[in-house]
Write a protein that binds this ligand. Sequence first.
Ligand SMILES: [Zn+2]
Length: 307
Amino acid sequence: MSRYRSSRYSRYDRYSFFPPRKSKGERIADADKKIKALAKKGVKLSPVTLEGSKIAKTFWGKAWCDNIESYRDYAYRLERGRSYVRSNSIIDLVIGAGTINAQVMGSALYKVAVTVKPVPAAHWKTIRKVCAGKIGSLIELLRGHISEEVMAVMTAHKTGLFPSPSEIAFTCSCPDSATMCKHVAAAMYGIGHRLDTHPELLFLLRGVDTADLIASATTAPFTDGQPAGGETLAAEELADVFGVELDDTPAAAAPAVKRPRGRPRKAQAPAQAAPPAKRPRGRPRKAQEPAQAAPPAKRPRGRPKKG
Ligand SMILES: [Zn+2]
């Protein structure tokens, strides 16, 4: 493990294939250059771009990060990825069914591949059972507006939706990939960040279907302004919903705020008299509330404005 440190040679002397280390500033510049160069070639990238230092802000994103940080195996290795993700070194991250592919700018551009096993059928069955009748709608689920009981079963170690180390495998094209290198660690955090705006990808990643969950969880037909059939929302629509809600600018919250069904809320929804801000396309939205963490509920930012 400490084979590098115990040596009187630096790792670069012994392993000349290690490119020279780059400063954070150099990495940021390199990542930016690479994104532009690839864009010129028509390559479509999904970079992980943080605004501020918080990697994840919503229930799903935070729960992902909490989960990976909760395993001792990962703890100190993950640390190395945090500064990478914060310096926007992930120029591309794509979450698919059981896979995550990322390109991370380090001393060079490295390719990271992570595979995640699907949720075992028995675990999914338990999750569905616990959730039965307790999730108001897909939107509420994806917003993390779920009861503590539902939250507990979703986030349970080893039996919930979030994978444990034994269900995760990864590789990186860097020379340091024997263990979790900083590029993989960065990608792990990048997933958390991506789940903030695309929580539905967690379900895709784990091979389970939200529709399946909602169908078994709701007693009434799915008619709350959702598409017929209710299974899926168009990606664009989700982006709308989450783009508006997660903007982190309270003023961007939808003006007409209706309380969701279900559990009573302690804090009153801030009646933000948002300027007729960027109305989402499509049908009027009901059952929406400003971005707010699900219980343990934080107080909404700011105060209700009067006019
Ligand atoms: Zn690596």
